[in-house]
Design a protein around this ligand. Structure first.
Ligand code: AMP
Length: 428
């Protein structure tokens, strides 16, 4: 199936071709015709599935097809939970809409509202926004939403997790009731279904077969380790495996800062993004990471939401998330758009219940590989060495061109102790 068969205009197909997309992804195959038909939509799709183009392409088509006269008015609103996601979604509208005469802008908190007000006054067709900042503009009458034809709630589950539901409801009140509404969510809780019942009208449902499961192309592995030795193990893995670009998740902002400082001390070029960082600092960190100037990006869940890094090969859960769905979101940062990725979790005894929740959600056990020299000491039972394990061979054979002095010391110590053997763990 090609994009040409989905009913999109030549101007949009040209932009899609320039993006290098040849075949629509499953969510695009399902969503594009439904949106073109003008239906409301409830779509289960996680990031990395191509869902953004799934709504942006048909929206651009519909808005361009029914051009309006007079000054530009906002005809489409996309609500996204984070600044990064809002910026990325808006960039997608620009990329896909390069040959149609529509203007878009993104508005979010953390930056001065002045330039946003000016852009809104000059007129835009498509507004991508985080709920809080949009509501501020609505309340201050900087923005007129009375001509909105299409509303999208992107990553709706995350929007609810982040406590935006009241803001979303208030924004809904400022929109015309006659409109097309689309809801995208990686997971469907009762709260999401309730919200969907409130604002979708006879929606078409799209549920990808593995809705709550990470993309099959991500290989996942657990390394059991004591909490106090996680940082050492992480530095060692990065150095010995020669990972050049790795996204590391921590649970807290404070933990992210601390880990980044320690990795820097270990000689690893590291940047941090979390909710307390200014927008400028986040953008700089992300750019440096994408450009390969920074090797490790440490992030909290909220800040990493919506990050789209092409060919990101490694994601590490330095700490497991306490919300199991976040695990799916995190590892969805790698293995995107058909590429192979690796997601590794460093799991200590204290996180056993989080791991159990994640495995329940995934409906399978994740492979556990203890790294010799870093085996957990807590509640340890005798262990059987793993044979022919993927992690085993790799850990022994990989070159270690970049290793910090501390990393080297640990590595040597490990080698003396038997050297990088992977073992089946017993504690988890
Ligand atoms: P999303 O799930 O919307 O965040 O998209 C994930 C990634 O897939 C982005 O980097 C897109 O540029 C890319 N992408 C979207 N659609 C396609 C497609 N049909 N073919 C190849 N890559 C795509």
């Amino acid at each position: 199936m090609s994009f040409e068969r989905l009913g999109l205009s030549a101007a949009i197909l040209r932009a899609v071709a320039e993006q290098g997309y040849s075949t629509p992804t499953p969510v695009q195959r399902a969503a594009i015709p439904a949106v073109l038909r003008g239906h409301d939509l409830m779509a289960g799709a996680q990031t990395g599935t191509g869902k953004t183009a799934g709504f942006a392409l048909p929206i651009l088509h519909r808005l361009a097809e029914r051009a309006t006269r007079g000054p530009r008015r906002i005809r489409c609103v996309v609500l996204a939970p984070t600044r990064e996601l809002a910026a990325q979604v808006e960039q997608s509208f620009r990329d896909y809409g390069i040959y149609v005469p529509l203007k878009s802008t993104a508005i979010f908190g953390g930056v001065s509202p002045g330039p946003q007000i000016n852009t809104l006054r000059r007129g835009v067709d498509i507004l991508v926004a985080t709920p809080g900042r949009l509501l501020d503009h609505v309340n201050q009458r900087n923005v007129d939403l009375s001509a909105v034809e299409i509303l999208v709630l992107d990553e709706a589950d995350r929007m609810l997790d982040m406590g935006f539901v009241r803001d979303v409801r208030r924004i809904l009140k400022a929109l015309p009731t006659k409109r097309q509404s689309l809801l995208f969510s990686a997971t469907f809780s009762i709260a999401i279904k309730r919200l969907a019942d409130e604002f979708l009208h006879a929606p078409e449902h799209i549920e990808m077969a593995h809705n709550n499961r990470p993309i099959e192309l991500v290989s996942q592995r657990i390394h059991p380790v004591d909490k106090a030795r996680k940082r050492e193990l992480l530095s060692w893995l990065i150095g010995s495996q020669n990972w050049r670009q790795v996204l590391v998740f921590t649970r807290t902002k404070h933990g992210a800062n601390r880990l980044a400082r320690q990795l820097e001390t270990d000689g690893l070029n590291t940047a941090v993004i979390h909710g307390n960082k200014s927008q400028g600092a986040r953008t700089r960190a992300l750019e440096a990471f994408k450009a390969g100037k920074v090797r490790v990006l440490v992030a909290t869940d909220i800040a990493a939401r919506g990050l789209d890094i092409n060919q990101l090969p490694h994601v590490v859960n330095y700490e497991l998330p306490n919300v199991p769905e976040d695990y799916v979101h995190r590892i969805g940062r790698t293995g995107r758009a058909g590429r192979v990725g690796e997601a590794i979790s460093l799991v200590c005894n204290e996180e056993k219940t989080y791991l159990a929740d994640i495995e329940r959600l995934l409906k399978r056990e994740l492979p556990k590989v203890a790294i010799e020299g870093y085996e957990p000491t807590v509640a340890q039972n005798p262990v059987k060495p793993a044979h022919n394990h993927h992690g085993h061979a790799k850990l022994q054979d990989s070159p270690a061109p970049m290793r910090s002095r501390r990393g080297k010391r640990h590595h040597n110590r490990r080698r003396n102790a038997g050297g990088g053997r992977a073992q089946e763990p017993s504690i988890l």
